[in-house]
Design a protein around this ligand. Structure first.
Ligand SMILES: NC(=O)c1ccc[n+]([C@@H]2O[C@H](COP(=O)([O-])OP(=O)(O)OC[C@H]3O[C@@H](n4cnc5c(N)ncnc54)[C@H](O)[C@@H]3O)[C@@H](O)[C@H]2O)c1
Length: 364
Protein backbone atom coordinates (compact mmCIF):
# COMPACT_ATOMS: atom_id res chain seq x y z
CA UNK A 1 0.00 0.00 0.00
CA UNK A 2 1.41 3.49 -0.80
CA UNK A 3 2.77 5.24 2.30
CA UNK A 4 0.26 8.08 2.11
CA UNK A 5 -2.71 5.69 2.19
CA UNK A 6 -1.43 3.82 5.20
CA UNK A 7 -1.07 7.02 7.28
CA UNK A 8 -3.29 7.78 10.25
CA UNK A 9 -5.87 10.55 9.73
CA UNK A 10 -4.00 13.53 11.35
CA UNK A 11 -0.75 12.61 9.59
CA UNK A 12 -2.65 12.33 6.31
CA UNK A 13 -4.09 15.82 6.81
CA UNK A 14 -0.62 17.22 7.58
CA UNK A 15 0.72 15.49 4.47
CA UNK A 16 -2.10 16.98 2.37
CA UNK A 17 -1.42 20.45 3.83
CA UNK A 18 2.30 20.14 3.07
CA UNK A 19 1.51 18.94 -0.46
CA UNK A 20 -0.82 21.91 -0.97
CA UNK A 21 1.86 24.28 0.38
CA UNK A 22 4.37 22.75 -2.07
CA UNK A 23 1.92 23.13 -4.95
CA UNK A 24 1.27 26.73 -3.86
CA UNK A 25 4.94 27.64 -3.65
CA UNK A 26 5.13 30.08 -6.55
CA UNK A 27 7.96 31.77 -4.74
CA UNK A 28 10.48 32.55 -7.50
CA UNK A 29 12.72 35.45 -6.36
CA UNK A 30 12.50 38.04 -7.72
CA UNK A 31 9.22 37.04 -9.34
CA UNK A 32 8.26 38.15 -12.82
CA UNK A 33 4.97 39.98 -12.45
CA UNK A 34 2.29 40.78 -15.03
CA UNK A 35 -0.16 43.58 -14.19
CA UNK A 36 -3.38 43.54 -16.22
CA UNK A 37 -5.40 46.76 -16.58
CA UNK A 38 -2.27 48.66 -15.59
CA UNK A 39 -3.41 51.98 -17.10
CA UNK A 40 -6.40 52.31 -14.78
CA UNK A 41 -6.70 54.38 -11.62
CA UNK A 42 -4.69 52.00 -9.47
CA UNK A 43 -2.48 50.29 -12.03
CA UNK A 44 0.32 52.77 -12.58
CA UNK A 45 0.96 53.29 -8.83
CA UNK A 46 0.94 49.52 -8.36
CA UNK A 47 3.37 49.04 -11.26
CA UNK A 48 5.72 51.66 -9.76
CA UNK A 49 5.65 49.90 -6.37
CA UNK A 50 6.28 46.48 -7.94
CA UNK A 51 9.16 47.81 -10.05
CA UNK A 52 10.75 49.49 -7.03
CA UNK A 53 10.61 46.13 -5.23
CA UNK A 54 11.37 43.56 -7.94
CA UNK A 55 13.20 45.57 -10.60
CA UNK A 56 11.97 47.43 -13.65
CA UNK A 57 12.42 44.57 -16.12
CA UNK A 58 10.62 42.05 -13.90
CA UNK A 59 7.28 43.84 -14.00
CA UNK A 60 5.31 43.78 -17.24
CA UNK A 61 2.53 46.36 -17.45
CA UNK A 62 -0.41 45.64 -19.78
CA UNK A 63 -3.74 47.04 -20.87
CA UNK A 64 -5.88 47.44 -23.99
CA UNK A 65 -5.27 51.18 -24.11
CA UNK A 66 -2.24 53.08 -25.36
CA UNK A 67 0.16 54.13 -22.59
CA UNK A 68 1.46 57.69 -22.22
CA UNK A 69 5.10 58.05 -23.31
CA UNK A 70 6.21 58.23 -19.65
CA UNK A 71 4.37 54.96 -18.88
CA UNK A 72 5.98 53.28 -21.87
CA UNK A 73 9.43 54.54 -20.87
CA UNK A 74 9.23 53.22 -17.31
CA UNK A 75 9.47 49.51 -18.19
CA UNK A 76 8.00 46.74 -20.35
CA UNK A 77 4.45 47.34 -21.57
CA UNK A 78 2.38 44.98 -23.74
CA UNK A 79 -1.12 45.01 -25.19
CA UNK A 80 -3.06 42.27 -23.38
CA UNK A 81 -6.83 41.80 -23.64
CA UNK A 82 -7.86 39.55 -20.75
CA UNK A 83 -10.72 38.26 -22.90
CA UNK A 84 -8.22 36.71 -25.31
CA UNK A 85 -6.84 33.70 -23.42
CA UNK A 86 -4.38 32.60 -26.07
CA UNK A 87 -2.85 36.06 -26.43
CA UNK A 88 -2.66 36.42 -22.65
CA UNK A 89 -0.98 33.02 -22.45
CA UNK A 90 1.60 34.12 -24.99
CA UNK A 91 2.54 37.10 -22.79
CA UNK A 92 2.81 34.81 -19.74
CA UNK A 93 5.02 32.34 -21.61
CA UNK A 94 7.15 34.90 -23.48
CA UNK A 95 7.93 36.89 -20.32
CA UNK A 96 8.22 33.88 -17.98
CA UNK A 97 5.55 35.33 -15.67
CA UNK A 98 5.31 33.98 -12.09
CA UNK A 99 2.69 36.26 -10.55
CA UNK A 100 -0.31 38.09 -12.04
CA UNK A 101 -1.78 41.19 -10.43
CA UNK A 102 -5.16 41.26 -12.13
CA UNK A 103 -6.51 44.83 -12.24
CA UNK A 104 -8.59 44.71 -15.46
CA UNK A 105 -12.20 45.27 -14.50
CA UNK A 106 -15.36 47.22 -15.24
CA UNK A 107 -16.24 49.09 -12.03
CA UNK A 108 -19.63 49.52 -10.34
CA UNK A 109 -21.15 52.55 -12.10
CA UNK A 110 -19.60 51.60 -15.47
CA UNK A 111 -20.97 48.05 -15.02
CA UNK A 112 -24.51 49.31 -14.45
CA UNK A 113 -24.21 51.40 -17.62
CA UNK A 114 -23.01 48.38 -19.63
CA UNK A 115 -23.84 45.12 -17.82
CA UNK A 116 -22.84 42.89 -20.76
CA UNK A 117 -19.34 44.36 -20.81
CA UNK A 118 -19.11 44.14 -17.01
CA UNK A 119 -20.00 40.45 -17.07
CA UNK A 120 -17.63 39.73 -19.90
CA UNK A 121 -14.53 41.47 -18.54
CA UNK A 122 -15.08 40.70 -14.86
CA UNK A 123 -16.17 37.07 -15.24
CA UNK A 124 -14.65 35.77 -18.47
CA UNK A 125 -11.49 37.87 -18.06
CA UNK A 126 -10.94 36.55 -14.55
CA UNK A 127 -11.65 32.95 -15.60
CA UNK A 128 -8.99 33.27 -18.29
CA UNK A 129 -6.44 34.54 -15.77
CA UNK A 130 -7.29 31.82 -13.27
CA UNK A 131 -7.16 29.03 -15.82
CA UNK A 132 -3.76 30.25 -17.03
CA UNK A 133 -2.62 30.37 -13.39
CA UNK A 134 -3.61 26.71 -13.05
CA UNK A 135 -1.82 25.67 -16.22
CA UNK A 136 1.35 27.71 -15.62
CA UNK A 137 1.55 27.59 -11.79
CA UNK A 138 1.09 31.33 -11.19
CA UNK A 139 0.25 33.29 -8.07
CA UNK A 140 -2.80 35.52 -8.75
CA UNK A 141 -3.79 38.59 -6.79
CA UNK A 142 -7.17 39.95 -7.92
CA UNK A 143 -8.79 42.64 -5.80
CA UNK A 144 -12.38 42.37 -4.66
CA UNK A 145 -14.40 45.27 -3.29
CA UNK A 146 -16.91 46.52 -0.74
CA UNK A 147 -19.26 46.23 -3.75
CA UNK A 148 -19.25 42.45 -3.25
CA UNK A 149 -21.62 43.03 -0.32
CA UNK A 150 -25.30 43.78 -0.79
CA UNK A 151 -28.45 45.24 0.75
CA UNK A 152 -28.86 42.38 3.26
CA UNK A 153 -25.24 42.51 4.50
CA UNK A 154 -24.75 44.02 7.99
CA UNK A 155 -23.48 47.56 7.30
CA UNK A 156 -21.34 48.31 10.33
CA UNK A 157 -18.10 46.48 11.06
CA UNK A 158 -18.99 44.09 8.26
CA UNK A 159 -17.06 40.86 8.87
CA UNK A 160 -15.15 38.81 6.29
CA UNK A 161 -17.73 36.04 6.34
CA UNK A 162 -21.27 37.35 6.12
CA UNK A 163 -24.30 37.59 3.82
CA UNK A 164 -23.12 38.38 0.28
CA UNK A 165 -26.05 38.98 -2.05
CA UNK A 166 -25.01 42.05 -4.11
CA UNK A 167 -27.47 43.47 -6.63
CA UNK A 168 -25.05 45.06 -9.11
CA UNK A 169 -23.24 43.38 -12.00
CA UNK A 170 -19.96 44.50 -10.44
CA UNK A 171 -20.80 42.95 -7.07
CA UNK A 172 -22.11 39.73 -8.57
CA UNK A 173 -18.99 39.35 -10.72
CA UNK A 174 -16.71 40.01 -7.74
CA UNK A 175 -18.46 37.37 -5.59
CA UNK A 176 -17.97 34.98 -8.52
CA UNK A 177 -14.30 35.93 -8.57
CA UNK A 178 -13.84 35.35 -4.84
CA UNK A 179 -15.57 31.96 -4.89
CA UNK A 180 -13.93 30.73 -8.07
CA UNK A 181 -10.51 31.80 -6.79
CA UNK A 182 -11.09 29.85 -3.57
CA UNK A 183 -12.30 26.87 -5.57
CA UNK A 184 -9.19 26.85 -7.79
CA UNK A 185 -7.01 27.18 -4.69
CA UNK A 186 -8.68 24.22 -2.96
CA UNK A 187 -9.07 22.02 -5.99
CA UNK A 188 -5.98 22.76 -8.09
CA UNK A 189 -3.64 24.49 -5.62
CA UNK A 190 -3.72 27.84 -7.45
CA UNK A 191 -2.19 30.49 -5.18
CA UNK A 192 -5.13 32.92 -5.34
CA UNK A 193 -5.21 35.99 -3.06
CA UNK A 194 -7.70 38.81 -2.78
CA UNK A 195 -8.57 41.81 -0.63
CA UNK A 196 -11.78 43.81 -0.60
CA UNK A 197 -10.77 47.38 -1.40
CA UNK A 198 -12.84 50.30 -0.14
CA UNK A 199 -13.18 53.39 -2.38
CA UNK A 200 -9.63 54.34 -3.36
CA UNK A 201 -8.66 58.00 -3.55
CA UNK A 202 -5.79 59.17 -5.74
CA UNK A 203 -4.61 62.29 -7.54
CA UNK A 204 -2.37 60.93 -10.30
CA UNK A 205 -4.84 59.06 -12.49
CA UNK A 206 -8.58 59.58 -13.00
CA UNK A 207 -11.08 57.14 -11.44
CA UNK A 208 -12.50 54.45 -13.71
CA UNK A 209 -16.27 54.70 -13.09
CA UNK A 210 -16.99 53.69 -9.50
CA UNK A 211 -19.55 54.79 -6.91
CA UNK A 212 -16.91 56.39 -4.66
CA UNK A 213 -15.51 58.59 -7.48
CA UNK A 214 -17.15 61.68 -5.89
CA UNK A 215 -14.39 61.60 -3.27
CA UNK A 216 -11.85 62.31 -6.04
CA UNK A 217 -13.98 64.58 -8.27
CA UNK A 218 -14.67 66.91 -5.33
CA UNK A 219 -10.99 68.00 -5.10
CA UNK A 220 -10.78 68.87 -8.80
CA UNK A 221 -14.05 70.81 -8.55
CA UNK A 222 -12.93 72.61 -5.37
CA UNK A 223 -9.71 73.80 -7.01
CA UNK A 224 -11.31 74.65 -10.35
CA UNK A 225 -14.68 76.19 -9.41
CA UNK A 226 -14.85 76.22 -5.61
CA UNK A 227 -18.15 74.37 -5.93
CA UNK A 228 -19.26 70.76 -6.50
CA UNK A 229 -22.45 68.87 -7.28
CA UNK A 230 -22.29 65.53 -5.47
CA UNK A 231 -24.02 62.44 -6.90
CA UNK A 232 -24.46 60.90 -3.43
CA UNK A 233 -26.53 62.19 -0.51
CA UNK A 234 -24.80 64.23 2.19
CA UNK A 235 -24.85 61.44 4.79
CA UNK A 236 -23.80 58.41 2.71
CA UNK A 237 -20.98 56.92 4.78
CA UNK A 238 -18.60 54.60 2.88
CA UNK A 239 -15.21 53.00 3.61
CA UNK A 240 -12.31 54.76 1.83
CA UNK A 241 -8.51 54.59 1.60
CA UNK A 242 -5.74 56.64 0.05
CA UNK A 243 -3.90 54.91 -2.78
CA UNK A 244 -0.56 54.59 -0.95
CA UNK A 245 -2.23 52.57 1.82
CA UNK A 246 -4.04 50.49 -0.82
CA UNK A 247 -0.85 49.71 -2.75
CA UNK A 248 1.20 49.04 0.40
CA UNK A 249 -1.45 46.57 1.61
CA UNK A 250 -1.63 44.91 -1.80
CA UNK A 251 2.15 44.42 -1.79
CA UNK A 252 1.98 42.94 1.73
CA UNK A 253 -0.68 40.42 0.77
CA UNK A 254 1.09 39.61 -2.49
CA UNK A 255 4.33 38.82 -0.68
CA UNK A 256 2.89 37.21 2.46
CA UNK A 257 4.20 33.69 3.09
CA UNK A 258 1.72 30.93 2.27
CA UNK A 259 1.52 29.65 5.81
CA UNK A 260 0.56 33.10 7.15
CA UNK A 261 -2.70 33.11 5.19
CA UNK A 262 -5.69 31.67 7.02
CA UNK A 263 -8.11 32.67 4.23
CA UNK A 264 -7.91 33.70 0.59
CA UNK A 265 -10.05 36.89 0.64
CA UNK A 266 -9.64 39.65 3.25
CA UNK A 267 -11.57 42.76 4.27
CA UNK A 268 -9.41 45.87 4.64
CA UNK A 269 -10.56 49.08 6.33
CA UNK A 270 -8.65 52.37 6.45
CA UNK A 271 -11.13 55.19 7.12
CA UNK A 272 -14.76 56.06 6.43
CA UNK A 273 -16.61 59.32 5.84
CA UNK A 274 -19.74 60.82 4.31
CA UNK A 275 -19.79 63.56 1.64
CA UNK A 276 -20.72 66.19 4.26
CA UNK A 277 -17.76 65.20 6.43
CA UNK A 278 -15.44 65.44 3.43
CA UNK A 279 -16.89 68.85 2.53
CA UNK A 280 -16.29 70.07 6.09
CA UNK A 281 -12.64 69.01 5.82
CA UNK A 282 -12.23 70.65 2.37
CA UNK A 283 -13.73 73.88 3.79
CA UNK A 284 -11.37 73.72 6.77
CA UNK A 285 -8.23 73.09 4.71
CA UNK A 286 -9.01 74.86 1.42
CA UNK A 287 -11.84 77.36 1.30
CA UNK A 288 -14.46 78.22 3.91
CA UNK A 289 -16.98 79.18 1.20
CA UNK A 290 -16.60 75.99 -0.88
CA UNK A 291 -20.16 75.38 -2.17
CA UNK A 292 -21.82 71.97 -2.32
CA UNK A 293 -25.07 70.77 -3.84
CA UNK A 294 -26.40 67.22 -3.46
CA UNK A 295 -28.10 65.70 -6.53
CA UNK A 296 -28.13 61.92 -6.00
CA UNK A 297 -28.27 59.84 -9.19
CA UNK A 298 -28.35 56.07 -9.87
CA UNK A 299 -25.14 55.63 -7.88
CA UNK A 300 -27.00 56.42 -4.65
CA UNK A 301 -28.90 53.12 -4.94
CA UNK A 302 -25.57 51.30 -5.32
CA UNK A 303 -23.95 53.07 -2.35
CA UNK A 304 -26.99 52.33 -0.19
CA UNK A 305 -26.24 48.59 -0.45
CA UNK A 306 -22.59 48.85 0.64
CA UNK A 307 -21.06 48.63 4.15
CA UNK A 308 -20.33 51.78 6.15
CA UNK A 309 -17.37 50.26 7.99
CA UNK A 310 -15.53 46.95 7.72
CA UNK A 311 -13.99 44.64 10.31
CA UNK A 312 -10.48 43.69 9.16
CA UNK A 313 -8.73 41.96 12.08
CA UNK A 314 -7.68 38.89 10.00
CA UNK A 315 -5.83 41.10 7.44
CA UNK A 316 -4.02 42.92 10.26
CA UNK A 317 -3.13 39.65 12.00
CA UNK A 318 -2.19 37.48 9.00
CA UNK A 319 -0.18 39.81 6.79
CA UNK A 320 0.18 43.12 8.62
CA UNK A 321 -2.45 45.40 7.01
CA UNK A 322 -1.76 48.73 8.70
CA UNK A 323 -3.15 51.80 6.91
CA UNK A 324 -1.80 55.12 8.12
CA UNK A 325 -3.95 57.84 6.51
CA UNK A 326 -7.29 59.16 7.71
CA UNK A 327 -9.75 61.65 6.20
CA UNK A 328 -7.83 64.84 7.14
CA UNK A 329 -4.56 63.37 5.77
CA UNK A 330 -6.23 62.41 2.51
CA UNK A 331 -7.67 65.92 2.05
CA UNK A 332 -4.27 67.49 2.80
CA UNK A 333 -2.47 65.21 0.31
CA UNK A 334 -5.05 65.60 -2.47
CA UNK A 335 -5.02 69.42 -2.19
CA UNK A 336 -1.22 69.53 -2.09
CA UNK A 337 -0.92 67.31 -5.17
CA UNK A 338 -3.63 68.95 -7.25
CA UNK A 339 -3.11 72.61 -6.32
CA UNK A 340 0.03 73.08 -8.48
CA UNK A 341 -1.68 71.33 -11.40
CA UNK A 342 -4.58 73.80 -11.40
CA UNK A 343 -2.30 76.78 -10.76
CA UNK A 344 -0.19 75.82 -13.77
CA UNK A 345 -3.29 75.34 -15.94
CA UNK A 346 -4.62 78.77 -14.88
CA UNK A 347 -1.25 80.42 -15.60
CA UNK A 348 -1.08 78.76 -19.05
CA UNK A 349 -4.64 79.87 -19.86
CA UNK A 350 -3.79 83.45 -18.77
CA UNK A 351 -0.65 83.65 -20.87
CA UNK A 352 -2.37 82.26 -23.97
CA UNK A 353 -5.22 84.78 -23.52
CA UNK A 354 -2.63 87.57 -23.21
CA UNK A 355 -0.81 86.36 -26.34
CA UNK A 356 -4.11 86.32 -28.24
CA UNK A 357 -4.92 89.85 -27.12
CA UNK A 358 -1.47 91.08 -28.27
CA UNK A 359 -1.56 89.39 -31.67
CA UNK A 360 -2.24 91.79 -34.57
CA UNK A 361 -5.77 91.58 -35.95
CA UNK A 362 -5.93 89.75 -39.28
CA UNK A 363 -7.74 91.79 -41.90
CA UNK A 364 -9.49 89.69 -44.50
N1 LIG B 1 -10.63 52.23 -7.74
C1 LIG B 1 -11.32 51.83 -6.69
O1 LIG B 1 -11.79 52.64 -5.87
C2 LIG B 1 -11.54 50.36 -6.47
C3 LIG B 1 -12.31 49.95 -5.37
C4 LIG B 1 -12.53 48.60 -5.17
C5 LIG B 1 -11.94 47.66 -6.00
N2 LIG B 1 -11.20 48.09 -7.07
C6 LIG B 1 -10.62 47.06 -7.94
O2 LIG B 1 -9.26 47.36 -8.22
C7 LIG B 1 -8.95 46.92 -9.55
C8 LIG B 1 -8.37 48.09 -10.33
O3 LIG B 1 -9.34 49.13 -10.34
P1 LIG B 1 -9.12 50.55 -11.07
O4 LIG B 1 -9.81 51.55 -10.23
O5 LIG B 1 -7.69 50.75 -11.42
O6 LIG B 1 -10.00 50.32 -12.37
P2 LIG B 1 -10.01 51.21 -13.72
O7 LIG B 1 -11.38 51.12 -14.29
O8 LIG B 1 -9.46 52.56 -13.45
O9 LIG B 1 -8.99 50.42 -14.64
C9 LIG B 1 -9.29 49.18 -15.21
C10 LIG B 1 -8.40 48.96 -16.41
O10 LIG B 1 -8.80 47.73 -17.01
C11 LIG B 1 -8.64 47.89 -18.41
N3 LIG B 1 -9.46 46.92 -19.16
C12 LIG B 1 -10.79 46.98 -19.43
N4 LIG B 1 -11.14 45.93 -20.20
C13 LIG B 1 -10.02 45.19 -20.39
C14 LIG B 1 -9.73 44.00 -21.11
N5 LIG B 1 -10.68 43.36 -21.82
N6 LIG B 1 -8.47 43.53 -21.09
C15 LIG B 1 -7.48 44.18 -20.39
N7 LIG B 1 -7.70 45.31 -19.72
C16 LIG B 1 -8.95 45.82 -19.72
C17 LIG B 1 -9.06 49.32 -18.69
O11 LIG B 1 -8.52 49.79 -19.92
C18 LIG B 1 -8.51 50.06 -17.47
O12 LIG B 1 -7.26 50.64 -17.72
C19 LIG B 1 -10.25 46.36 -10.13
O13 LIG B 1 -10.27 44.98 -9.94
C20 LIG B 1 -11.32 47.00 -9.28
O14 LIG B 1 -12.49 46.21 -9.21
C21 LIG B 1 -10.99 49.40 -7.32
Amino acid sequence: MPAALSMAMPARRAFARAALARRLSTGAQPPRVLVTGSLGQLGSTMVDALRARFGQANVVASDIRKPAPSQRASGPFVYADVLNRRALEQVIVDYGIDWVVHFSAILSAAGERNPALGLDVNINGFQNVLELARVHGLRVLSPSTIGAFGPTTPKDLTPDLTIMRPNTIYGISKVHMELLGEYYCEKYGVDFRSLRYPGIISADSPPGGGTTDYAIDIFHAALKHNRYTCFLQHDTRLPMAYITDCVAGTMQLLEAPQDALTQRVYNVHACDFSPEELVAEVRRQHSADFAIEYCPDFRQAIADTWPRTMADAPARRDWGWNPTLGTADIVRIMLAKLHPVYEQAAAAAESSAAAEAEAPAVVV
